[in-house]
Ligand binder design. Structure first.
Ligand code: PMP
Length: 449
């Protein structure tokens, strides 16, 4: 028995994996990873896989990054964790100051948690609570766009709209308003704005009709990631900010997946030159090392909670690992790398390379769309290119791409029929070329019947 097999068997006997139909593992083994370095993961039999999805979109500077390792080691020797209620520590203070400088002006208050879903719950609760505190308790509903994803806890699921995750739990979820999302699928980039403007009419109408009962609008800026890497232009966010101001409704940006350079700017909201009332960050914040999330908000929100204890206006939300020092140290090292290596500029050449090598895939008879925003590219497989008719999800075409890619040494993990790359920023041009080759082969195999 190979060493991989041994670990696989022990795994299946004792684990229940996330986002997985465990029966799949009767035929599709889990891959035990022994170590990682840079963009590469290595299994127990010595096979290597290029981590094209940054291990669920978290790892931006590679596995076993020397600089992040060193910072965590240092922190480990002084303080591993301390309660953040009534106590504080250097890494969390420095991180809050730096995030305040990096994000749009006015988001000076950082509230921490330890995963993305928790950050979304915090933003939703804070917005609801804000209106309660300012004497507008009737403003208690949320408005969002279709096809969004904000996490798996019940509040986050409620504002999400990806059926495979939400439908089973429908009767447990909040009653959230949804309007059709802007979506550039199948359109040349020049037409994205017109499409978004048409969709914005629905948002405007919903705001006009419901603003009196709305606490906030929540969206994933620029890319609906779990919804199949569907993309829309920054103008939609500019219009949305303006309309939310006009109707006195707050705005939550969930940049958990797209923050920290993914869309080509440090934060996606920069491209629309707008500031949300709440900015949710997680995932890449620690370079993919440790769980950490943060909700950043304004003086206006902060002040609505600031009062004598007996007024009972405080935000009493808490998680045990809030602002963990090791995670904050990893985040500080991550921000150092952004600065020292001019990452945002360096990524431009990589994004252009990605665009060049994926462009020919547009001609494939079963590709409906190749779309890209910054360091995310998505190639959508369709049954019929002319009508954009999708493949039935039961055919599991994406899984065939995954299996082929694994046999070639690349970890591509399509979302349904959407093959995408969301690689660590340390990926080299030859590695991008390799991904293009594997993707083309995977496409042939997955669409060949
Ligand atoms: N929001 C977005 C946009 C996400 O992509 C995700 C995770 N994929 C989440 C929230 C939830 O984050 P977590 O998985 O850390 O709970």
């Amino acid at each position: 028995m190979s060493r991989n097999d041994e670990w696989m068997q022990r795994d299946i006997a004792s684990l229940w994996h996330p986002c997985t139909q465990m029966k799949d593992h009767e035929t599709l083994p889990v891959t035990p990873i022994r170590r990682g370095r840079g963009v590469w993961l290595e299994d127990f039999d010595g096979r290597r896989y290029l981590d094209a999805v940054s291990s669920w979109w978290v790892n931006i500077f590679g596995h076993a990054n020397e600089r992040i390792n060193a910072r965590i080691r240092d922190q480990l020797d002084s303080l591993e964790h301390v309660i953040l209620s009534g106590f504080t520590h250097q890494p969390v203070i420095e991180l809050s100051e730096r995030l305040g400088r990096l994000t749009p002006a006015g988001l000076g208050h950082c509230f921490y948690a330890d995963n993305g879903s928790a950050a979304v719950e915090i933003a939703l609760k804070m917005s609801y609570h804000y209106w309660h505190n300012v004497g507008r308790p009737e403003k208690r509903r949320f408005l969002t766009i279709t096809n969004g994803y904000h996490g798996e806890t019940l509040g986050a699921l409620s504002v999400g709209d990806v059926a495979i995750f939400t439908e089973t739990y429908r009767s447990l979820l909040l009653d959230v308003l949804k309007v059709p999302a802007p979506d550039g699928f199948g359109l040349p980039r020049e037409q994205w704005i017109d499409e978004a403007w048409e969709k914005f009419a629905h948002m405007e109408a919903a705001l006009e009709r419901h603003h009196h009962e709305l606490a906030a609008v929540i969206v994933e800026p620029l890319i609906q990631c779990a919804g199949g890497m569907r993309m829309y232009p920054p103008e939609y966010l500019t219009w949305l900010r303006e309309a939310c101001d006009r109707y006195n409704v707050q705005l939550i940006f969930d940049e958990i997946a797209v923050g920290f350079g993914r869309t080509g700017t440090m934060f996606a909201c920069e491209q629309a030159s707008v500031r949300p009332d709440y900015l949710c960050l997680s995932k890449a914040i620690t370079g993919g090392y440790l769980p950490l999330s943060v909700v950043m908000t304004t003086d206006e929100v902060y002040d609505a909670f600031y009062d004598d204890y007996a007024s009972l206006r405080a935000f009493l939300h808490s998680h045990s690992y809030t602002g963990n020092p090791l995670a904050c140290a990893a985040a500080l090292a991550t921000l150092d790398i952004f600065e020292q290596d001019s990452v945002i500029e360096a990524n431009r050449a990589k994004a252009a390379h990605i665009e060049r090598v994926t462009a020919p895939l547009r001609d494939h008879p079963h590709v409906g769309d190749v779309r890209q925003t910054g360091m995310v590219v998505a190639i959508e497989m369709v049954r019929d290119r002319a009508t954009l008719e999708p493949y039935d999800f039961r055919e599991r075409r994406g899984l065939r791409v995954f299996q082929h890619a694994m046999s070639r040494g690349a970890m591509l993990r399509p979302l349904g029929n959407v093959i995408y790359w969301m690689p660590p920023y340390v990926i080299e041009p030859e590695e991008i070329d390799f991904l293009a080759e594997v993707t083309r082969e995977g496409l042939e195999i997955a669409t060949g019947d």
